[in-house]
Design a protein around this ligand. Structure first.
Ligand SMILES: Nc1ncnc2c1ncn2[C@@H]1O[C@H](COP(=O)(O)OP(=O)(O)OP(=O)(O)O)[C@@H](O)[C@H]1O
Length: 263
């Protein structure tokens, strides 16, 4: 198994629109995100987390700076289907059934995996029996789970998850957290996760970047050294509670707005 390459952001910023109504979403950022690791981004609503993920996916163009995934640009990686995205709004193709959406994820990646693996993924995300349903016939949480199965079906080296479990009930979310992690770990994939849940970030991530209010800057950079798999035993440990407290404290320490920070 070859480890996925590091992602390097050099002076990356994003400003939407132009003066006087310009919105600075991301302040110039220099970061290296380790290949093969899970990095979680947490921070206040609207601080620029999704924009950062969209920049790394090549779906937005930085206003300044550059992004490299190994020796490639995000566009190169996206074009050869080396990255997969599961965003909040679960963009499935509405005219395709669950199984055909998942199969598309596999086919686009041009990797030779058999269709049986798709069925395993559909079962894993709890959608057995719903293979022939179209997105409109599913609940919001089911659509999110189908989107995750589709994202994983291509065996991407870079997986971008933006609040992927937002509409999923707590029990299913816990099960997915536990069962999906081994899939990307086995493939050595790099995972970037945006989440509003501190518990989920600590459960899944090797590193947590706490983002400041807009424009996004890195307010805290926290390594999570808990062992994998992070099963019920780990979740009951004092070390897990301690890690959650460190992240919560970093969030509590954030200024309410950028203006307050400057005062
Ligand atoms: N296409 C766009 N055009 C103009 N402004 C945008 C665009 N996309 C995002 N923004 C603005 O950039 C800022 C950051 O948005 P972003 O979606 O990245 O935040 P977020 O941290 O992911 O928020 P949330 O946690 O609520 O999903 C917001 O003020 C948003 O209104």
């Amino acid at each position: 198994m070859t480890r996925s390459p590091d992602i390097r952001l050099h002076g990356v910023s994003k400003i939407f629109g132009s003066s006087p109504s310009a919105v600075e979403a991301v302040a110039p950022l220099d970061i290296v995100l380790q290949g093969g690791a899970v990095t979680a981004f947490v921070g206040p609503s609207g601080c620029g987390k999704s924009t950062l993920l969209r920049l790394i996916a090549g779906l937005e163009v930085p206003t300044s700076g550059s992004i490299a995934i190994g020796a490639e640009s995000p566009d190169d990686v996206r074009r050869r289907a080396g990255l997969a995205i599961a965003f909040q709004d679960a963009a499935l193709l509405p005219w395709r059934t669950v199984e055909r959406n998942v199969a598309l994820g596999r086919k686009l990646s041009r990797r030779s995996r058999d269709a049986g693996a798709d069925a395993d993924l559909i079962r894993l995300v709890g959608l057995s029996g719903f293979e022939r349903r179209r997105p409109a016939e599913l609940s919001g949480g089911m659509r999110q789970r189908a989107a995750i199965a589709r994202a994983l079906a291509g065996g991407p080296e870079l997986l971008l998850l933006d609040e992927p479990f937002g509409a999923v009930d707590e029990l299913t979310r816990e099960r997915l957290n536990l069962e999906l992690a081994p899939l990307w770990e086995a493939r050595g994939a790099t995972v970037l996760l945006v989440t509003h849940s501190v518990a989920e970030a600590v459960r899944l991530a090797d590193r947590i970047l706490v983002m400041s209010p807009r424009p996004a800057r890195i307010a805290a950079d926290i390594d999570v050294t808990l062992p994998h798999p992070r099963d019920a035993g780990v979740l009951r440990s004092p070390a897990y509670r301690e890690a959650c407290e460190v992240v919560s404290a970093a969030l509590r320490d954030l200024p309410l707005t950028e203006d307050l920070a400057a005062e």
